[in-house]
Design a protein around this ligand. Structure first.
Ligand code: ATP
Ligand code: MG
Length: 254
């Protein structure tokens, strides 16, 4: 179990508002770390810090044992950290292969795109991940939400990510497509990648998670390995430990 990233005592202020306080997180190779929490808990803020979009207000980010300073997404990508955003994962009107190579196109001597090569690599990579498209030239918009997430994950793996951050990849998906994305998360883990999986859904988290962190109003209220927590405990903790109980009394039709 080798450590890839460690966050130490990270806090984030947006003006006078403290969005995160005293967050500690460790990401290991070949493990899925789940970050859970209700709306506004600070999950996206945390990954924005890790992906170089926002600087932390205080605390330290350690990559491979050394303290780093991410001043842009480029720095995070350079450290092998790839982030798949729910909406920005891909460009809808562009073809699958263009998306796959977006920003990292293979070009010939005069800057011409090596289209055939990029098409066949895309096709082969997706096949390896269990996705068969009859044509990688179709627009991404014509793929299902789950397939889009998978294309984004496959791309991150192909370009050498060591850490993949997924922000609510299953939030908008039905059962079958969520299953596909979860299988993919497990496949990335099995390749030795450190996965950070952000979700509202304790069931999804528990299907693939090795470690669970629960945020509530910017604070870390739970930080446990899988061996120390059951799905039931995770679900209760997510629901605010009893909030759903009192709601069920309130809504009780008697
Ligand atoms: N750029 C910003 N400026 C000011 N406040 C912000 C900013 N981004 C987030 N916040 C605030 O920080 C808190 C945490 O937001 P964040 O987006 O990290 O939550 P989240 O856990 O990702 O929620 P959700 O589940 O709804 O995506 C919220 O109260 C939010 O309003
Ligand atoms: Mg969010």
């Amino acid at each position: 179990m080798s450590e890839l990233i460690q966050l130490r005592d990270i806090s984030k202020d947006y003006g006078a508002f403290r969005a995160l306080e005293g967050i500690n997180l460790q990401v290991n190779a070949g493990e899925v770390t789940c970050v859970l929490g209700d709306n506004g808990a600070g999950k996206s803020t945390l990954i924005k810090i890790l992906s170089g979009l926002h600087p932390a207000s205080s605390g330290e980010i350690i990559v491979d044992g050394e303290s780093v300073d991410f001043s842009s997404p480029r720095d995070a990508i350079g450290a092998g950290i790839a982030t798949v955003y729910q909406d920005l994962a891909v460009v809808g009107q562009m073809s699958v292969w263009r998306n796959f190579f977006l920003g990292q196109e293979l070009t010939g001597r005069f800057g011409t795109l090596r289209e055939q090569e990029m098409r066949s690599i895309t096709d082969q990579q997706l096949r390896e991940m269990g996705i068969e498209l009859h044509d990688v030239g179709v627009a991404v918009a014509s793929l299902s939400g789950g397939q889009r997430q998978v294309v984004a994950i496959a791309r991150a793996i192909y370009f050498g990510a060591r850490v993949i951050i997924l922000d609510e990849p299953t939030a908008a998906l039905g059962v079958k497509q969520s299953g596909m994305v979860l299988r993919f998360i497990a496949a990335a883990r099995d390749r030795g990648i450190g996965v950070i999986f952000i979700t509202h859904n304790p069931h999804h988290a528990y299907l693939v998670g090795d470690h669970f962190v629960l945020l509530n109003l910017g604070r870390q209220v739970l930080d446990v390995p899988r061996s120390e927590v059951s799905l039931e405990q995770l679900t209760v903790a997510m629901a605010g430990g009893g909030e759903l109980d009192s709601l069920s009394h309130e809504l009780d039709r008697g």
